[in-house]
Structures are given as structure tokens and as C-alpha cells.
Write a protein that binds this ligand. Structure first.
Ligand code: FAD
Length: 323
């Protein structure tokens, strides 16, 4: 197969990959964004009714206005925004093409996908972290009734639901399912609802727990998932709860194997922060850049759209300086 030559390949068409594509277009570089799923695949897989915690102007890329009807934009508005930015700027994006390997060679990088082989002078990895859930690692986790992605409440009406976790995602899911007639129990490893839960949602969940309409077991963990029940270890001992579905929203992690295979090194601790120079976003490999939330390693809350959209400009400036 002949190699396709490019100046820049961007891996991932999330908000930050799109921001990088806009920079490449501005500089007249021959670039392609390669995306294994749909455009903004992570956002597409978010809960249908989710609302961002950021206001719309903080999600804007390349100063293109993001107009929302709401104080905080919804998933649908964000999909509309990034889609319109992409189509009206005629960005070069190849969807449903997965990058398997990135390998440095004398002239840059060989990028092998499930469809093509590219030769690129520079590569930007903007692969996010939403594809790999952090597992509970308990027996029964592979049952069909267990999911690590929450979409909408309707299927859970009149069912016994265990929501695992105490973050924004878990709290949103618990409240929504409760309001659609599901019987919700939260299983929470820590002793409180997460510190980062949206300030306007926090009183709602605390009040629902206090009045008993949503049950919550703190300092507790699921030990086993069975077809009709779950076994939970609580400070008062093990209990068995009737259960139809488990929604385990315990976070996600970047694809470390892919990054390692590309030659990127990591901090030698539990955070596993990939190596990059914050002034340039260049990794330990010359010409290989990291952009967006992938930069946080296991600290997946550290970077988000609001504070990582700047990576696109930083990278473009560094590439420009080397031409
Ligand atoms: C529920 C929720 C609410 C959030 N709310 C906010 C908010 O209010 N404000 C905010 O700033 N941030 C928010 N965030 C975080 C924000 O959505 C993410 O930070 C954002 O998606 C990061 O963009 P990204 O481009 O770095 O990564 P992503 O959007 O995850 O994009 C990465 C892309 O890379 C693709 N990809 C991965 N591997 C490959 C491969 N091998 N080959 C090809 N393509 C690949 C993926 O399919 C994906 O489309 C929220 C996140 C969640 C989960």
C-alpha cells in the first residue's frame, strides 16, 4: 500500500482535535484528522440530556462564537456547534478510521490505520480518555445488565437501579432515573458526594438522599453482581440488594497502551502523566505532540475543553517555529 504524505496528522476529532485542524488550515499545512468514530465521538456518547458545566463561550474554539439558548449549553447544542465549525470550515477529517500505530522514522512518522498508511512530518495525539472505563473488577461485571455509559432514564423506569460513583455523571444519572420512576440506590466508595459536583445540582442530590427518595450507601463497594441482586460491602457489613441494572460511572482512562506503543513515556507514579513540554505540548518524541484531555493521564479531571483548547495554538506556534 502506498503511503499518503501529510505535513500533520491529528488523531481524534474531539473538540481539541478540531481546534488543531483549524490551526493547520490557518497555516496552510497539508493535514488530516483521523477519527475512529463519529465526529466528536465522546460528546456523541454523553448522556442525551447532559448539560455542560462550562458556559458556551468557554467551549468555543478559534474564537468562533458558540451561541446557546441556555446558561450552560446542552450536549445537542455542543454537537451542533462543533459540527458546524467543522463543515463550514471544510476541515479534512476522515471518520470511522482507527489509528493502530504511530512510529517515528527518519522523515517524521509512519501512521498505520485500519484502512491506510500515512507518512507525516508531525503528529498530534488528541485521543481523549472516554473510550476505556475504569472497571469495578468484581464478579458479574460482564453481565449484560451492567453498563459504564449512561444514556437516558427511560429504560430504567420501575426498575431497581444501582448507580456506582458520586461524581457529576453518577449524580446526574441518579437524579434523572429517580425522576423517571426508577428505584435508585447509590453505592459510593467515599464518605460524601463528590467535591466537584456542579454547585447547582449538589443541593438537589443531598436533599433527595436525606429525604430517602434516593438511597445512598457511603464508604461502600459492590462486591459481586448477580442476575437479580448485588452484594455490597458497607460499614455495617455485607448486604444484598435486589437489582435489575448496575450503572457504574467510576471514570475513564486514556489508552496508555497506544501512547506507550507510540514511544511516549509517563510519570512514574499512579497519575501516569504522559511526558510533554507545557510550553510546546511536544512529547518526549520530537515532532509528536499531545493535545486535550489525554495530557492528564489518570488525572482525568485536570484537563477539559475550557482549559485545553489553548493546546491547539501552542502546538501550531511550535510547529511554525520549526519550519
Ligand atoms: C459528562 C461530561 C461533561 C463534561 N462537561 C464539560 C464542560 O462543561 N466543560 C468542559 O470544558 N469540559 C467538559 N467535559 C470534558 C470534555 O468533554 C472533554 O474534556 C472533551 O471531550 C475533551 O476533548 P478532547 O478533544 O481532548 O477529547 P475527546 O473529545 O475525548 O476526543 C478524542 C477523540 O479521539 C478519538 N480516538 C481515540 N483513539 C483513537 C484512535 N486510535 N484512532 C482514531 N481516533 C481515536 C475518539 O473517538 C474521540 O472522538 C465533560 C466531560 C464529560 C464526560
Amino acid at each position: 500500500m502506498d503511503k499518503i504524505n501529510k505535513d500533520v496528522i491529528i488523531i481524534g476529532a474531539g473538540p481539541i482535535g478540531i481546534a488543531c485542524a483549524l490551526e493547520c488550515k490557518k497555516h496552510n499545512w497539508d493535514y488530516t484528522v483521523i477519527e475512529k468514530g463519529s465526529l466528536t465521538n465522546s460528546l456523541f456518547n454523553y448522556p442525551l440530556n447532559m448539560t455542560f458545566f462550562s458556559t458556551s463561550e468557554k467551549l468555543e474554539i478559534n474564537e468562533i462564537p458558540f451561541i446557546s439558548n441556555n446558561p450552560k449549553p446542552t450536549r445537542n447544542e455542543a454537537l451542533e456547534y462543533y459540527r458546524r465549525v467543522t463543515t463550514s470550515n471544510k476541515l479534512n477529517i476522515s471518520l470511522y478510521e482507527k489509528v493502530d500505530t504511530v512510529k517515528q522514522n527518519g522523515n517524521g512518522f509512519t501512521v498505520v490505520t485500519d484502512k491506510k498508511i500515512y507518512q507525516s512530518k508531525k503528529v498530534i495525539i488528541a485521543t481523549g480518555f472516554y473510550d476505556i472505563p475504569k472497571l469495578l473488577n468484581v464478579p458479574g461485571e460482564n453481565l449484560e445488565k451492567v453498563t459504564h455509559y449512561y444514556k437516558e432514564a427511560h429504560p430504567y423506569t420501575l426498575q431497581n437501579i444501582a448507580v456506582v460513583g458520586a461524581s457529576n455523571s453518577s449524580v446526574d444519572a441518579a437524579l434523572e432515573i429517580y425522576r423517571k420512576g426508577g428505584n435508585v440506590t447509590m453505592i459510593i466508595r467515599g464518605e460524601t458526594i463528590g467535591e466537584r459536583v456542579k454547585y447547582w445540582v449538589r443541593p438537589d442530590i443531598l436533599n433527595r438522599i436525606e429525604e430517602g427518595s434516593i438511597k445512598a450507601y457511603f464508604n461502600s463497594e459492590i462486591k459481586e453482581i448477580k442476575p437479580d441482586n448485588i452484594i455490597v460491602s458497607t460499614p455495617e457489613g455485607e448486604i444484598t440488594l435486589p437489582n435489575d441494572y448496575v450503572i457504574a460511572l467510576t471514570g475513564y482512562r486514556p489508552n496508555f497502551e497506544f501512547l506507550k506503543h507510540s514511544g511516549i513515556t509517563f510519570s512514574n507514579d499512579v497519575k501516569q502523566i504522559p511526558t510533554y513540554n507545557p510550553e510546546t505540548m511536544e512529547s518526549n518524541i520530537n515532532g509528536l505532540y499531545l493535545a486535550g484531555v489525554v495530557c492528564g493521564g489518570m488525572e482525568t479531571h485536570k484537563w477539559f475543553i475550557e482549559n485545553s483548547r489553548i493546546h491547539a495554538k501552542i502546538i501550531a506556534k511550535n510547529i511554525q517555529s520549526k519550519i
